[in-house]
Design a protein around this ligand. Structure first.
Ligand code: ZN
Length: 468
C-alpha cells in the first residue's frame, strides 16, 4: 500500500471547487484509491437498511469527498466507496425508469477527478454527484442492470481517520427492484423550510394566464381569457387556503401583465413545490372542438396542435411588447437539464392525478394530457403543469367557463389533486429523521468548472412522462 499521507482534508477548500486547476485532489488520489480498495469488509460498521449514521455531529463545513471507486462487493454485486474527510449521514435507495440508485447526503465538497464515475463497472453503468440543493448533495448511480441497495455503511480508516462511505449494490430481478424502488416525491427544496420557518406546508404557485395588456384568447362574445382564468385561479386559491394544508401564491393577483419568464422566476424564487398555470384556448375555425387539456413541459410537442398552442402562448411577452430574452426558466446547461428531467417526472405524475379528478367534473379533450414547450413550464426544479380549461370558441365550453357551479366543481377537484399530490410526503417525524428524503431541488448551484472537481449533476433522469 502506498505510504503517501499528504492530507487532502487539510488542503481542501471548505467551499466548492471552482478553480479550473483544482489543486487539491491529485496528490493523494492514488494513495486513497488504493487504500479504499483493500478495505476489509469486517471494518464496516454496517447499519440498518440503507442508512448510515454519522459517528459524530457534523460540523458546519461540508465534508470533502477526496476519492471514489467502484469495486466488486465481497458478497457479490458491486460496491461504491467514497472517501470522505469526515462522517456524513447517508441514505440510499433505488428508483425506476431509468433504473438508478441514489445516495442522499448532506452537502459534500466533491473533489473527485473529472473521470470519476464515467467507467462502467459491473452493476454500475456510471455515476454522477454534486450539490443538489442548498445543504444537500447527491450521488446518482446509473444501473447497468437491476440492483438493490444491500447496505450503506460508514467506517473510519484507522491509519488516517478518513471516512469510508460504502454503498453495496446487489443484483436483483426486475420484480424485486420494482418493489424496492421508491416512487418519486414532489420537489421540496430544503432551503424552503429554512426560509419559511414555522410553515413547512408545500407551496403552490397558481398562475392565472395573461393579464393587463395581454387578454389572451378572446371569445366571440368579447369575453377575455385573462378574466375567465383569473376567476378560476382565485377560486382555486380560496379552496386551497380553506383546506389549510397548502400555502398558495399567485403570479398575479389582479389584472396586470406579468412576463412569462417572470412567472417562472416567481415560482423558483419562492422555492415553490408546484406550479399550476391556468389558461383557456380558442380555435375560431373549429367551434365544435371542446374540452380541457393538461400540458406538461417538453421540448418535443405531443403533436402539431400542441406545438402551435405553445407557440401562441409563448408569444404572450412579445404581444405585450416585453423582451423575450432567455430567462431563468431556460435550460442553461446540462446540469439543469438533468434536474429538469427529474422534475418533469413529477409534473407528469401530478398531471395524471389532475386528469383523474377533472375528468369526473368536466369535459376533457380527445387527448387530455399532452406535452409542449410552454415557456412557463421550464422551471428546472419546480414541477409544473398548464391547464387549458376549454375553448372560448365553443359555445358549450364558454357557457361552462362562465358558470359559477362549474367553477366551484373544477376548482374543488384541482385543489383535491394538489392535496393528493403532496399527501405522499413523509410525515414530519420521519422527515426529521431522514432529512435527506428523495426530493429534488436546485441543481443549478452545482459548480461545473471544467477540469476541476468534475462535479456532475444529481437527480438524473426522472420517470418518463406518463400519458393517460
Ligand atoms: Zn392563454
Amino acid at each position: 500500500m502506498p505510504t503517501r499521507r499528504a492530507s487532502p482534508i487539510r488542503q481542501a477548500s471548505p467551499t466548492r471547487e471552482t478553480s479550473p486547476t483544482g489543486p487539491i485532489r491529485l496528490a493523494v488520489r492514488a494513495a486513497l484509491l488504493a487504500a479504499c480498495l483493500v478495505l476489509p469488509a469486517a471494518g464496516f460498521a454496517a447499519s440498518s437498511a440503507g442508512v448510515a449514521a454519522p459517528e459524530h455531529q457534523a460540523s458546519d463545513r461540508p465534508a470533502v469527498a477526496i476519492a471514489a471507486e467502484v469495486a466488486a462487493a465481497p458478497e457479490g454485486g458491486n460496491r461504491l466507496i467514497v472517501v470522505l474527510s469526515r462522517p456524513v449521514e447517508a441514505r440510499a435507495f433505488v428508483m425506476e425508469r431509468p433504473d438508478r440508485a441514489i445516495v442522499d447526503l448532506p452537502e459534500v465538497n466533491f473533489q473527485l477527478p473529472p473521470e470519476a464515475g464515467r467507467k462502467r463497472e459491473g452493476l454500475v453503468a456510471s455515476y454522477r454527484y454534486g450539490l443538489f440543493a442548498p445543504g444537500r448533495s447527491r450521488i446518482v448511480i446509473d444501473l447497468a442492470q437491476t440492483a438493490t441497495v444491500a447496505r450503506v455503511a460508514t467506517t473510519t480508516r484507522p491509519r488516517d481517520g478518513a471516512t469510508l462511505l460504502t454503498i453495496d449494490l446487489a443484483r436483483s430481478d426486475r420484480e424485486a427492484f420494482r418493489r424496492a424502488a421508491q416512487p418519486p416525491e414532489p420537489a421540496r427544496p430544503a432551503a424552503a423550510s429554512v426560509q419559511q420557518a414555522g410553515d413547512s406546508r408545500p407551496l403552490v404557485i397558481v398562475d392565472a394566464g395573461h393579464g393587463g395588456i395581454d387578454p389572451g384568447a378572446i371569445a366571440g362574445t368579447g369575453v377575455y381569457e385573462k378574466d375567465i382564468v383569473f376567476g378560476v385561479a382565485q377560486g382555486l386559491v380560496q379552496r386551497l387556503e380553506a383546506g389549510g394544508r397548502i400555502r398558495v401564491q399567485m403570479t398575479r393577483d389582479r389584472d396586470v401583465f406579468v412576463p412569462l419568464n417572470e412567472r417562472v422566476r416567481i415560482a423558483r424564487d419562492a422555492k415553490a413545490d408546484l406550479f399550476v398555470s391556468i389558461h383557456a384556448d380558442s380555435i375560431s375555425a373549429a367551434p365544435q372542438v371542446r374540452g380541457a387539456t393538461i400540458y406538461t413541459g417538453s421540448e418535443k410537442a405531443t403533436d402539431a396542435e400542441s406545438a402551435r398552442l405553445a407557440d401562441r402562448e409563448n408569444k404572450a411577452d412579445a404581444a405585450a411588447g416585453a423582451d423575450q430574452g432567455d430567462g431563468p426558466g431556460d435550460v442553461a446547461d446540462i446540469l439543469q437539464e438533468l434536474t429538469l428531467r427529474e422534475t418533469r417526472g413529477f409534473s407528469a405524475r401530478f398531471a395524471k392525478g389532475l386528469f383523474t379528478r377533472l375528468s369526473g367534473v368536466m369535459e376533457m379533450s380527445a387527448k387530455p394530457h399532452r406535452e409542449a414547450g410552454f415557456r412557463v413550464l421550464r422551471s428546472p426544479d419546480v414541477p409544473s403543469v398548464l391547464v387549458e380549461l376549454g375553448y372560448l370558441s365553443s359555445k358549450r365550453d364558454l357557457d361552462l367557463l362562465l358558470s359559477d357551479e362549474w367553477r366551484t366543481n373544477v376548482t374543488g377537484q384541482m385543489a383535491g389533486a394538489i392535496e393528493a399530490f403532496f399527501a405522499s410526503r413523509l410525515p414530519p417525524a420521519v422527515a426529521a429523521r431522514t432529512a435527506d428524503a428523495p426530493r429534488i431541488g436546485r441543481a443549478a448551484q452545482i459548480s461545473a468548472g471544467q477540469g476541476s472537481a468534475g462535479q456532475g449533476s444529481a437527480g438524473q433522469g426522472g420517470p418518463a412522462p406518463v400519458s393517460p
